[in-house]
Design a protein around this ligand. Structure first.
Ligand code: SF4
Length: 735
């Protein structure tokens, strides 16, 4: 069984040559199969007297895989040649290369090639994606023929095909030679001969321009069928014989672009061959960029990128999931994933299962829905080949009949890979139902955090209106964490303080929010950042630049002193300083009472801290207030932040650049009652209580108190013995 791939630039005549070669091989008594691998799907037309075959890909699109039948895609042409057309998507959509892969997989399932002596693959050679290389890559073809004329671009494509073969084959020998399809251009014979010599390949056949081709084409047949005695037919017969005899095969030795120019064009430059390009630089003086457009341009490049992307570090999660999880916080919108089911399931599962676990195990309601408002286009192989925009539009229209306040469309990797432009569906927006497209494209766009950023920025740009009236005594809250357990409780605490100051929350961006709230974002005169970390800073920068938003310079406060200062600042902005003092004074009394209650249990206890954190006042102040002795504060030497910071006046035993290898020795030396670390893994029977500093602490006056209360409870439990006490802990907290 011989398998021959005929590669060539589109329009060079490879289908005509392939069909005539198949006919010649069949007339010599061989059972021949011709597989057209060009989206034009006209490879076998002349073998079938003009009949157009149903392509494999069209067939797969409309047929249940359990009902596939070979006879639906295979037709018998001239001299018994078996004819199959792979087909492909409409120009500009989908992935034709993927279509070739699917076609080959189906033909393999039918074991079709086994029924034939020779298979001819007629392959488009100027597409360089992996799909079109399948006949070479998966070693289907044992023999490769390259069709070219003397035109420079045809030779350029031929050289590219050799590069592809070289990439897959290395020095293996699979190329039989060149089929020279004459076009009668200047110096054509010279060019093709020089090229063939330079790449070390024989010209297996020279096919002249001949009226026989035109006549055969008019009758929708091959020249072999028109007249097997024609001089042109003799060329195909000889070529067939050469292939049947087992031609000598050669390795692919492509030229560099410079060598190709020199060989084909003499000393003429490549630029001259492809047409002149303007030498003048573009005059940009007439291009005026509005400041706003310029800001968007910058933000689309690298201003708003996740740290991992900037640093080129491994990506955690994917942008699709980050974008979906963030957008899911728009309670009155539907989030439509243009994605396979599996990608959407990952998001659905991570949102709902986190919520379910927190609710059932701890009774905590996370700010995520137990049943997220997600829908999915369920992209599958046919859409990946033919493009999925039509399916997206169909699904979108169905979703819109449910009258959500908005639909947010988010694309996953496969949609990005095949180039589905989801922004097109924004045109289906209705005045009261915007459609917002977030081109997250899965891992291609970046990590989970990058997806969150894309979601934040796109939702803001598409939904926030600038023409809204200012609402006095309101604030927006920006960047609450959406996957931590104390988000809602922290919001309750902060909005409680604000209510005491007569301030209402206008919009939570984006956490358990509505579309109306987003649209009215600009109504609030002040914005409060929940977290001032890297992402929080990016969002502040974004809103300041693009909306002129005013931000309070402190993030949500943690601990007594921070909360008092935070309240004073907010109250000052809204002209309510007395109200702030009243709240602080009330809390001072309550705090003092709770500290007194804890003193008998905690006074004199030794506290040792090993951490990456550089601001621990909220812990240290309470520890000192309850009379604890701070024996060591080790700031780990791989902290990303710089310099330990404190407003406390008491002397503190701080060691920066702390080497964690010293920990065991220091524990033996200081004998702490409580070891506080940033990570939960450390367990020591030498320390009565080992506790973890929360990544996202409770906000407000009581942050330190809540930790101190926990230490007192743990000390009461006398947990020395580590994991052996798990049962007691379980009974205490979950029974
Ligand atoms: S990385 Fe791509 S394929 Fe994987 S879940 Fe994300 S979008 Fe889907």
């Amino acid at each position: 069984m011989r398998e021959i791939a005929v590669y060539g630039k589109g329009g060079i005549g490879k289908s005509t040559l392939s069909a005539n070669l198949s006919a010649a091989l069949a007339l010599s008594g061989k059972r021949v199969l011709q597989v057209g691998c060009d989206p034009k799907h006209d490879s076998t037309r002349q073998l079938l007297r003009g009949k157009r075959l149903s392509t494999v890909l069209d067939y797969m699109r409309v047929t249940n895989p359990l009902e596939y039948r070979l006879s639906d895609i295979l037709a018998e042409g001239f001299a018994g040649v078996g004819c199959v057309e792979a087909g492909g998507p409409k120009p500009g959509v989908g992935c034709a290369g993927r279509g070739i892969i699917s076609t080959f997989e189906l033909l393999d399932k039918f074991r079709l090639k086994e029924k034939y002596d020779i298979t001819i693959y007629d392959v488009l050679g100027d597409v360089v994606c992996g799909g079109f290389a399948v006949p070479i890559r998966r070693e289907y073809a044992d023999t490769i023929l390259i069709v070219t004329s003397g035109e420079f671009m045809a030779l350029y494509a031929a050289n590219n095909i050799l590069r592809g073969i070289r990439n897959y084959d290395g020095e293996a020998k699979r190329v039989a030679g060149i089929l020279y399809n004459r076009r009668n251009v200047t110096d054509e014979d010279g060019r093709v001969v020089r090229f063939a010599r330079a790449v070390g390949l024989p010209i297996c056949a020279m096919i002249p321009r001949s009226d026989a081709f035109a006549r055969a084409e008019r009758e929708n047949i091959t020249v072999m069928e028109l007249n097997a005695d024609h001089a042109v037919s003799h060329i195909f017969t000889q070529l067939a014989q050469r292939l049947l005899n087992g031609p000598e095969l050669f390795e692919a030795s492509p030229l560099t672009d410079e060598e190709l120019e020199e060989v084909v064009l003499g000393r003429a430059s490549f630029r001259a061959a492809i047409g002149s390009l303007p030498d003048e630089p573009l005059n940009t003086s007439s291009i005026h960029i509005q400041p706003h457009e310029a800001a968007i341009e910058l933000s689309n490049t690298n201003r708003y990128m996740s740290k991992n992307l900037i640093r080129g570090e491994p990506l955690y999660g994917c942008a699709f999931n980050g974008a979906m999880s963030t957008a899911a916080h728009l309670r009155d919108a539907v989030i439509l994933a243009h994605a396979p089911k599996s990608c959407t399931y990952i998001t659905w599962q991570s949102l709902s299962s986190t919520g379910r676990r927190a609710f059932f195990e701890r009774g905590t309601l996370l700010p995520v829905s137990l049943a997220p408002n997600l829908e999915c286009t369920e992209l599958s192989e046919p859409e990946i080949i033919f493009g999925g925009i039509e399916k997206l539009e169909e699904k979108l229209r169905a979703v819109m009949t449910r009258q959500p306040r908005a639909v947010v469309v988010v694309s996953a990797c496969p949609a990005g890979i095949i180039g589905d432009d989801i922004s097109r569906v924004e045109s289906l927006s209705k005045p009261d139902m915007p459609v917002v497209a977030i081109k997250a494209d899965g891992n291609m766009a970046g990590d989970y955090l990058q997806g969150m950023l894309m979601s934040y920025l796109t939702l803001a740009r598409r939904l926030i209106r600038r023409d809204v009236p200012v609402l006095p005594n309101t604030v927006n809250i920006v960047f609450e964490k959406i996957v931590v357990s104390n988000t809602n409780e922290n919001f309750r605490v902060i909005s409680g303080y604000l209510a005491r100051l007569g301030i209402r929350v206008n919009c939570r961006f984006v956490c358990e929010t509505t579309v109306d709230a987003l649209e009215g974002f600009c109504s609030a005169p002040l914005n409060l950042l929940a977290y001032g970390d890297y992402t929080g800073q990016l969002l502040r920068d974004f809103f300041t630049r693009e909306y002129g938003s005013v931000f309070y310079d402190r993030a949500f406060p943690v601990g007594f002193d921070d909360t008092a200062a935070w309240l004073r600042g907010v109250a000052e902005f809204f002209g309510r300083p007395k109200d702030a003092e009243a709240i602080i004074s009330e809390n001072e009394k309550r705090y003092a009472a709770e500290v007194s209650a804890l003193r008998p249990e905690l006074a004199g206890k030794k506290l040792m801290v090993i951490t990456y954190n550089h601001e621990l006042d909220w812990i240290l102040k309470t520890a000192l207030d309850v009379g604890m002795e701070i024996v060591k504060i080790g700031i780990l030497n791989f902290s990303q932040d710089e310099g330990f910071r404190t407003r406390l006046t008491a002397p503190l035993p701080v060691e920066e650049n702390y080497d964690r290898d010293n920990r065991t020795g220091d524990i033996a030396r200081y004998k702490p009652d409580i070891l506080l670390t940033s990570y939960a893994s450390f367990v020591s029977d030498d320390v009565p209580v080992v506790d973890t500093i929360p990544m996202c602490p409770d906000v407000g006056f009581d942050s330190g108190l809540r930790l101190a209360e926990r230490w007192a409870r743990l000390l009461r439990l006398n947990l020395k013995g580590g994991w052996k006490q798990d049962e007691r802990l379980f009974k205490q907290y979950y029974a």
